[in-house]
Design a protein around this ligand. Structure first.
Ligand code: AMP
Ligand code: MG
Length: 430
């Protein structure tokens, strides 16, 4: 490739979809890791879960009452009760009482195994047993006030889960009910796709770590902390390596700290200014795929693969402006992290809303306007959450969504329908 072609290749601005598919093409789900079930909530299962037991393990009682033979209480009523002998009491955790003969009953508690020979449980309320009265525990007879039927109030062995049954399939996103199900079949650990390690490098001579004194003319590093929090929210593990100065060696030094990461995210230094050298460092230490995307904010965005000894690590060079960095993270880094975590569906949920303001799109990029979505008379509305410049972090802070004006539309007018990517679901939306 001639140097001129090389230059053109570098300058090409690509569409959001092309950028996303180029980025996602280098990722795949990370290897599965045996994980404590307490750590597995929200993660993606990397194995089928099979039960080696019946749940419940034995036929057991759904009520506190009397285990009986239903045929012994046919036509029983309050006026015409049927008297049965009480031969034992049984509670959850007991072994099943061996055998019940005709006109016998066992006083039984919820969860206790059904005695051999019994085929129904009559609740206390339908008997002479006043369960609040301590003396009822020692009575040798009970009157049954109702007829019954086979299986009444009996929970059958294996009714919930059968021995040998697959209870969860690989690919399931685990929620608390799934964790409970896994625990119920006796497993303390499961295989889930490992969490990606995401190294975060801020660049810029003006950048100061929060918590330190701010020298004249400098600004605090908001990007690293916003990005790290977004990494956690997406399910990854962030590692803030530190701040690189705008010089080649300093950036290389910080990138050297990223060994072992599954993804490196830098911020700033990818634009066209004299000190925007992240792209040069990436080109020298790996390959750069593209550095300009048809979107607003977020146009200067570098993507490539960093070579470090034997490792190839994908690197996304986010823009420096804090809103651009977070919006571009949403479009490209979050899906990559979700993909590594094994999620089948990686984008955010979008909704349709009525736009209260106007979004302008003067240069044919995809605009992601910071918007506050709320619901009025059961219809979603989106109003812009403040000044739409890419440095206005406070407007991003007021937004719960990103309203999209597509590349091929010069504007979306007030009152027209707009698609919004939902970032949060606060109470205004319900
Ligand atoms: P650059 O892409 O380096 O030209 O940066 C664009 C803008 O983003 C400049 O105004 C920078 O000061 C600002 N910026 C760069 N890095 C950060 C950061 N880590 N936190 C907050 N703002 C930043
Ligand atoms: Mg800079």
């Amino acid at each position: 490739m001639s140097s001129r072609n090389h230059q053109n290749h570098y300058e090409a601005m690509i569409d959001v979809e092309e950028a996303l598919s180029k980025i996602l093409s280098v990722f795949k789900p990370l290897p599965a890791l045996e994980t404590s079930i307490l750590e597995a909530n929200g993660m993606v299962l990397a194995e089928n879960i099979m039960s080696e037991i019946n749940i419940p393990p034995l036929d057991n009682s759904a009520m506190d009452g009397y285990a009986i033979k239903y045929e012994n209480v046919e036509n029983a009523s309050a006026k015409n009760p049927k008297t049965l002998r009480v031969i034992a009491t049984t509670a959850a955790g007991d072994l099943p009482y061996s055998a019940l003969s005709n006109n016998e009953s066992v006083r039984i508690m919820t969860g206790a195994p059904i005695p051999g020979g019994a085929n129904a449980v009559v609740p206390f309320e339908e008997t002479s047993d006043n369960f609040n009265d301590a003396s009822s525990t020692s009575k040798s007879e009970v009157q049954i006030h109702n007829s019954s039927f086979v299986g009444q109030n009996i929970r059958q062995a294996g009714q919930d889960v059968k021995n040998g049954e697959t209870v969860l399939k690989s690919g399931t996103v685990l929620h608390p009910s799934h964790i409970a199900l896994i625990a119920s079949v006796g497993k303390a650990t499961v295989k889930v796709y490992r969490k990606p390690q995401v190294a975060i490098v801020a660049t810029g001579n003006e950048i100061t770590e929060p918590g330190h004194k701010l020298e004249h003319g400098r600004i605090y590093d908001s990007n690293s902390y916003g990005i790290a929090s977004a990494v956690i929210e997406a399910g990854g593990n962030p590692l803030i390596t530190g701040i690189a100065r705008d010089d080649f060696k300093s950036i290389e030094k910080q990138l050297n700290q990223c060994k072992g990461a599954d993804l490196v995210i830098t911020s700033a230094g990818v634009s066209k200014g004299d000190f925007d050298i992240v792209k040069n460092v990436l080109s020298k230490n790996g390959t750069m795929e593209f550095h300009s995307v048809r979107m607003k904010p977020g146009k200067p965005l570098a993507f490539g693969v960093l070579r470090q000894s034997d490792n190839l690590i994908p690197l996304v060079g986010l823009p420096g402006n804090p809103v651009s960095a977070l919006v571009a993270f949403e479009q490209f880094c979050r899906p990559a992290i979700r993909l590594m975590l094994g999620h089948e569906f990686v984008p955010r949920v979008t909704i349709k809303a009525i736009l209260d303001d106007k979004i302008d799109n003067p240069d044919g990029r995809r605009v992601y306007a910071r918007a506050l979505v709320y619901k009025k008379h059961d219809v979603y509305h989106a109003s812009l959450s403040g000044i739409q410049s890419s440095n206005i972090l406070s407007a991003m802070g007021r937004a719960n969504g990103l309203a999209i004006c597509p590349e091929n539309r010069a504007h979306i007018k007030s009152g027209q329908e707009v698609t919004v990517i939902m970032l949060y679901w606060p109470s205004e939306v319900f």
